[in-house]
Design a protein. Structure first.
Length: 73
């Protein structure tokens, strides 16, 4: 079995500009499509909150604060 690795695409200056990912890896790291979500009982955004999962944050209030800070500058 040949195992394909992640491949990088470089520009003329030698900087990485893109990546080619084997489909087997891509399928493991992408968000499920709508068919999968429906089969699993719907999308649960809490699964994707990461570091914020255990924090008691009012996200609506935090967004308002961020917007007001942005508008001040």
């Amino acid at each position: 079995m040949i195992r394909m690795q992640v491949q990088y695409v470089y520009d003329e200056q030698g900087r990485k500009t893109a990546v080619i990912v084997p489909i087997s890896i891509w399928q493991k790291v992408t968000v499920p499509d709508s068919t999968t979500c429906a089969q699993e009982g719907g999308m649960d955004p809490d699964r994707y909150r990461g570091i914020y999962r255990d924090l008691k944050i009012n996200f609506e209030e935090e967004i308002k604060k961020m917007r007001s800070e942005w508008e001040r500058t």
